[in-house]
Design a protein around this ligand. Structure first.
Ligand code: GLN
Length: 180
């Protein structure tokens, strides 16, 4: 929310379907994907969200948010579901435990400018991408950590932690394009 405000967007938290209906774009933040999944069902958010995603709502998922945008999730908890939309297979907690959190400088050509200081916190990786998916960033070993498909954007890492604004700016570009 802080980064989006910095970029001049009007921002509000979205926890209920009525709130979802009032926004032109959405960030699904980090956290715990299995909990977000459960709460989204308890609050009647899952199906409205799936509908909005299918209708082209610009959505940016960071970390747990990326897991929730993935069509397929590996190493989820039993019964864990995602909203889907991104034609990717994502593995949860791909780097191990909380202690295996790390930072890495990533070159992201699509964004231009200096490398992205990416902070990975119990992060997922993208293990498989469908044809319509663009890979925006990989680690040095080739593992995919940022993807895009239409109005959906997903990163394994948290750009907001290092005050990186370019991914959120990219989301806002999508929002503006869809409104015009
Ligand atoms: N490990 C978390 C999950 O499975 C994601 C962690 C994060 O969002 N930083 O959802």
């Amino acid at each position: 929310m802080r980064i989006l405000r910095l970029l001049g967007a009007a921002v509000r938290p979205v926890r209920r379907p009525t709130e979802l209906a009032e926004v032109d774009g959405l960030v699904i933040p980090g956290g715990e994907s299995s909990v977000i999944d459960k709460l989204s069902r308890a609050f009647g958010m899952r199906d409205p969200l799936r509908r909005e995603i299918a209708a082209g709502l610009p959505v940016y998922g960071t970390c747990a948010g990326l897991i929730l945008l993935a069509d397929e999730v590996l190493d989820g908890l039993p019964g864990q579901e995602s909203f889907g939309g991104l034609d990717v297979v994502v593995r949860r907690n791909a780097f191990g435990s909380q202690l295996d959190s790390f930072e890495s400088d990533l070159r992201v050509e699509a964004l231009g400018g200096p490398p992205v200081k990416a902070v990975f916190i119990r992060a997922p990786v993208v293990e498989k991408v469908g044809r319509a998916v663009d890979i925006l960033a990989t680690l040095d070993d080739g593992r995919v950590v940022a993807v895009e498909q239409g109005n959906l954007l997903g990163t394994s890492f948290h750009p907001e932690v290092s005050d990186e604004t370019r991914f959120h700016e990219r989301l806002l570009e999508r929002v503006r394009a869809r409104l015009n």
